[in-house]
Design a protein around this ligand. Structure first.
Ligand SMILES: [Zn+2]
Length: 241
């Protein structure tokens, strides 16, 4: 702050000669809002099992925004385990276990675009590479907290935010196989609950990770039956495992 005050002062007065502001000592460094130093991980990532394939994705509750079509059991009716992308199949739910607390799109309440989907689990769990690719970033990124970006080639990237910790072996530029654990779910950055904020980009555009690239054989007759609100959703499957 003193450095900032000095700079402001210098800009405002054309110099601080008339003040008693002392110059920062050579060893002075302004406190910077950065990530805390990562604690040593309790997990041996090399031994962690690959990503499970989730046959369904459930809404955490009906209060989430942009959840899309939700069935009577609380399931996302358009969900498929993989999205078809130019880089090949990419996981829609690259978590150990989670429900969907928020979908992709414009949020009326906050008038903000939500650039991904939120996959939540209060118990945390592992986060996995949604497809094979190269690590672009594995570091702290402001409001995103502990953050990973993977480039899958052919214009497809995935991003993972708010993680509690990152796999310490991730190196930018290094190749990573599909389903390898890249960290643990958390609430670092500007998250208010333990969840994965998951973004997918295709040719530089953010796409909806829940609805993008539905495989042709899943594209059946659209559901036209509607149900009266409110529907009390059953609790999502056991997330405490
Ligand atoms: Zn989010």
């Amino acid at each position: 702050m003193r450095r900032l005050a000095f700079v402001v002062c210098a800009l405002a007065l054309g110099g601080c000669a008339v003040t008693n502001t002392s110059y920062p000592s050579p060893t002075y460094s302004a406190p910077v809002a950065q990530a805390p130093p990562p604690p040593p991980s309790a997990y041996n990532y090399a031994a962690v099992a690959r990503a499970p394939l989730h046959s369904e994705l459930f809404a955490c509750n009906r209060g989430g925004s942009n959840l899309g079509e939700i069935g009577l059991r609380g399931e996302a009716t358009r969900y498929t385990p993989y999205m078809d992308t130019p880089a090949g199949p990419v996981l829609r739910n690259p978590t150990e276990a989670a429900c969907m607390s928020s979908g992709f799109g414009w949020r009326n309440m906050s008038s903000r675009q939500h650039n991904g989907i939120d996959l939540a689990n209060p118990s945390g769990g592992f986060i996995y590479a949604a497809g094979a690719g190269r690590i672009v970033t594995a570091d702290w990124r402001g409001g995103y907290g502990n953050f990973v970006e993977i480039d899958h080639g052919r214009g497809v990237q995935t991003r993972y935010a708010h993680m509690a910790e990152l796999n310490p072996d991730l190196r930018p530029g290094a190749h990573i196989q599909e389903g390898v654990a890249i960290g643990r779910m958390g609430m670092t950055g500007n998250a208010t609950g333990v969840h994965l904020h998951y973004e997918v980009l295709v040719d530089g555009l953010l796409v909806d990770p829940l609805h993008y690239g539905i495989p042709p054989h899943y594209q059946t007759t659209p559901v036209t039956q509607t149900f009266p609100d409110p529907i009390t959703l059953p609790p999502p499957p056991d997330l405490q495992q």
